[in-house]
Design a protein around this ligand. Structure first.
Ligand code: 6PG
Length: 477
């Protein structure tokens, strides 16, 4: 009897190809399939010596090549292409087999697919995979959802190929059905927020301190040796230091200032709204990308009045202040993202271990950072932590950073440098710590125009004031 594969990958564009190679390099026999045969042949021709591959040129041949329970990893575009591949393979599989969607699917689609395939006795595992092409090949962060049974067979393989930090795999069973894709979605939202905050830091160092991109690259390199040590800070320094070969200008100056997005950040915000979780850092990052891309609007409004950017007379200590503002804003953005995961868990019945999520993001993924160790410790010390901001270490660090944080935002405001990420983070922080919020007035307005009622601070119950009547009497509602 010919040897069978322990796992198969269908969809061999770069992410699928690299995941398949990673599995084979770890000694697993991998069945390969792609809609067009060329990709399958090319993988075997170019990388066949990296491990054991079983190329298959039809869906049936692919399924037959797999040992049971069969584990089929789908790596195609999210949306209709994923449904098409599921429809092709599901009829060929048997109860107990596992279909894994490793693309960036919307978690609601994953929940729908999981429920439908469960009816057929199949396990459907929506899995977040982060780390881009390189991560897929050398060790990504992997966030599988789906049934605990499916993780028994799949877990060891995924843990094997994932990134490792301090010897621990950056892979864990996140929770049932769509939990993996939900967590990956929030990961991407946090990625947007982190990138926006870094971009604002750059803009401030250039606009308010007058530093060149090369000088700012050095500032980021220094920051990368401290508490901000992370992949995003590291690559930012490289991008800023890069010089365009054809013009000799800093690379960052020859790139159009219109940030694009594939949609996962937008989903995070949409779901944040549905769950009623204020993820303002992620939202501002998504909106900042939208504003950057609104070219007609920007050209129509370019001559609006306001301050012109001019470097400060004294820039000593300014970079350090920006570091503090960046750190504090970053803590807020992550605190909001983790609260969203908590709320998603409560809504959909997932038992998500937030400390474990932070731990599997320490390696392989785009937001990998030293700082995630502190998040894991915070949740380990207090599993029911209401927000990262109240945990001992973060509380102290943010309190200490706040003078610099406020001063940097004031500078940005006075020079007309937009810092939506920094500003919304501080507003959130101040909102949380406020004794009284003006929401009381909003309730009064709602009651005035719509009889929407309000609660009082001194008595139980709902009340309405008859605003149109003489004396405006209050009645219990
Ligand atoms: C990752 C990335 C990956 C991808 C994003 C980029 O974790 O590997 O998040 O998923 O780079 O989709 O998203 P945008 O195109 O929306 O910036």
């Amino acid at each position: 009897m010919s040897k069978k594969a322990s796992i198969g990958v269908t969809g061999l564009a770069v992410m699928g190809r690299n995941l398949a190679r990673n599995l084979a390099r770890h000694g697993h026999t991998v069945a390969l399939h792609n809609r067009s045969e060329e990709r399958t042949r090319a993988l075997v021709d170019q990388f066949g010596d990296e491990g054991d591959f079983i190329p298959a040129y039809s869906a049936q041949e692919f399924v037959d090549a797999l040992e049971r329970p069969r584990q089929v990893v789908i790596m195609v575009k999210a949306g209709a292409p994923t449904d098409a591949v599921i429809d092709e393979f599901a009829p060929l599989l048997e109860p107990g087999d596992v279909i894994v969607d490793a693309g960036n699917a919307h978690f609601a689609d994953t929940r729908r697919r999981e429920a439908a395939l469960r009816e057929q006795g199949l396990h459907f595992v929506g899995t977040g995979v982060s780390g881009g092409e390189e991560g897929a090949l050398h060790g990504p962060s992997i966030m599988p959802g789906g049934s605990p049974e499916s993780y028994q067979s799949l877990g060891p393989l995924f843990e094997d190929i994932s990134a490792k930090v301090d010897g621990s795999p950056c892979c864990t069973h996140v929770g049932a059905d769509g939990a993996g894709h939900f967590v990956k979605m929030v990961h991407n939202g946090i990625e947007y927020a982190d990138m926006q905050l870094i971009a604002e830091s750059f803009d401030l160092l250039r606009g308010a301190a007058g530093y060149s991109p090369a000088e700012i690259a050095e500032v980021f390199r220094t920051w990368n040796t401290g508490r901000l040590d992370s992949y995003l800070i590291e690559i930012t320094a490289d991008v800023l230091a890069h010089v365009d070969a054809s013009t000799g200008k800093p690379f960052v100056d020859i790139v159009a200032d219109q940030a694009e997005q594939k949609g996962t950040g937008r989903w995070t915000v949409q779901i944040g709204l549905d769950l009623g979780v204020p993820i303002s850092g992620i939202a501002e990052a998504v909106f900042a990308r939208s504003l950057s891309g609104s070219s007609e609007l920007r050209s129509a409004a370019r001559d609006l009045g306001g301050p012109t950017r001019a470097p400060l007379a004294d820039v000593s200590g300014f970079a350090d202040k920006v570091e503090q503002a960046l750190y504090a804003s970053k803590v807020v953005a992550y605190a909001q993202g983790f609260n969203q995961i908590q709320a998603g868990g409560a809504e959909y019945g997932w038992d998500i271990d937030l400390g474990r999520v932070a731990a599997i993001w320490r390696g392989g993924c785009i937001i990998r950072a030293k700082f995630l160790n502190d998040i894991t410790s915070a949740y380990e010390a207090e599993p029911g932590l209401p927000t990262l901001l109240t945990s001992g270490g973060f509380r102290k660090a943010v309190e200490e950073a706040q003078d610099a944080w406020r001063s940097v935002i004031s500078t940005a405001v006075s020079l007309g440098i937009p810092t939506p990420g920094f500003s919304t983070a501080l507003a959130y922080y101040d909102g949380l710590r406020a004794d009284r919020l003006p929401a009381a007035l909003v309730q009064g307005q709602r009651d005035f125009f719509g009889a929407h009622t309000y609660r009082r601070v001194d008595r139980e119950g709902s009340f309405h004031t008859a605003w149109a009547e003489p004396g405006r009497p209050e009645v219990s509602a």
